[in-house]
Write a protein that binds this ligand. Structure first.
Ligand code: RB5
Length: 155
């Protein structure tokens, strides 16, 4: 069974539940590590917890296919996630970008905003990501260059 881990702050509780429902309707097991109420929390803490678990699970061979992170905009939580070694967090604007996030960027985290009015449903963006695969080839070369930047800290 596919497994996905999800986390959210208080700015995206409803969106998180929508995403969980959608993923479960596709037969995916979802680990909910976000908050379920509107009480204020700090999105970097959620990003750190979810990405830490994603990477640890990878190392254990008990892996999640990817993670989903949600805050009010998807921006702050993605910035935090992308500071963590091994994370490639994409913030898709639409279905096309969600597919590219997998095919070209081999993202392991997707971020969305609970206060954003998307022109295409987040569920359809998730489907586009789920139903695509990383293309490899020249794209893998570029992804390797992204990860090399992380290692060297080049400016
Ligand atoms: C929380 O109020 C809000 O700042 C957060 O959810 C997110 O939008 C940050 O980028």
């Amino acid at each position: 069974m596919k497994r996905v881990i999800i986390g959210n702050d208080h700015g995206a509780v409803d969106l998180k539940f929508r995403i969980v429902k959608h993923l479960e309707s596709r037969g995916i097991e979802v680990a909910n590590r976000g908050v379920d109420s509107g009480d204020s929390v700090d999105y970097p803490d959620i990003a750190a917890a979810v990405c830490g678990e994603l990477l640890a699970a990878d190392a254990d061979g008990n892996s999640f296919e990817f993670a989903v992170l949600c805050c009010g905009t998807g921006l702050g939580i993605s910035m935090a996630a992308n500071k963590i070694q091994g994370i490639r967090c994409a913030v898709p604007q639409n279905i096309f970008a969600a597919r590219m996030a997998r095919e070209h960027n081999n993202a392991n985290v997707l971020a969305f905003g609970g206060r954003i009015e998307y022109h295409e449903p987040v569920e359809a963006m998730l489907d586009a990501f789920l139903d695509s695969t990383a293309e490899g080839g020249r794209h893998a070369n570029r992804v390797n260059k992204i990860m090399a930047l992380e290692a060297t800290g080049d400016r």
